[in-house]
Design a protein around this ligand. Sequence first.
Ligand code: PAP
Length: 329
Amino acid sequence: MQISKAPVPKYLKDDELTQECKDLLSSLPTEMGWVASTFYKYQGFWHPCRHLQGILSCQKHFEAQDKDTLLVTTPKSGTTWLKALLFTLINRTHFHHSAHNHPLQSNSPHVLVPFLEVKLFLEHENPDLSSFKSPRLFSTHMPYVSLPKSIHDSKCKLVYLCRDPKDTLVSLWFFTNKLRLQEMGSRSLEEAFELFCGGVSMYGPFWDHVLGYWEESLKNPDKVFFLKYEDMKDEPVVHLRKLAEFLGCPFSSEEEKDEVLEGIVELCSFDNLSNLKVNKVGKLPSGEDYSVFFRKGEVGDWKNHLTSEMVERLDRICKEKFEGSGLSF
Ligand code: PAP
């Protein structure tokens, strides 16, 4: 496996923490992190300390607006893909999907739809968001229990995306190994598997993250739209249509006739996005190459990496955790 020579991105560094965050850290349970830093357990979920600082700032200062859309994902569940789809969907009257100057032709989806706690509220304790024009689109990996209060108080909408935990784990393992420094060596899949099964992964436990949003989507389907990567892969047009209805911007019959949905799906497809020059050569200000967000983009790659014992154990854990919830992978 290839290990990065690039410096550890800022969001994973332990320095530059506020006093409030340092005080909190000293009281929290810790575990070994996946990349460079220790994980801290806050409100039941594991985070590197810089993410935690971003969460604290966001909880304190983020003011959601009624027209906001928040994309919430478990890490490595297809965030990049859904960012591209939602951006194109919401802004389709300004930018036609086939325009040669569509923003996705020259920007990473992560630039067009920034993370709250991993970008905006990590770089500034209370960032000025006035340049974001309504309807605003942000993303987060925050668990349901950690969402800022203003998200519950406003009419903003949440789109939640998760993925089969076996593919999530494999994707996370590849991704975090790419971020590790050369001298650290790569983490073995066995080690990553043990951590993941114990609930110790970025924003883990995975099952608690998923269940938090699943239960809320059942209670409040107008507020939370629950989506699985596998379903989106299987029937992208069907789910894009549902997303548009949920967000209050349904496709017109004219758009249906003009195959706008198919065009958006094609623009945002793995093959198209991963082959755009910008995604091959670009870098986020935090240091990661845009290309680290594109690997295989397939359902079931776990079959190429996990042993049958691993599959059996992870399936068993998930069966137990999701029992009675009506949710399965
Ligand atoms: P993040 O949580 O760090 O933002 P995220 O985008 O959720 O990352 O995860 C990347 C995964 O989505 C990769 O999966 P893989 O490792 O199994 O290949 C990546 O390939 C996949 N991905 C990125 N873009 C697309 C896309 N357009 N369509 C489908 N899958 C995609």
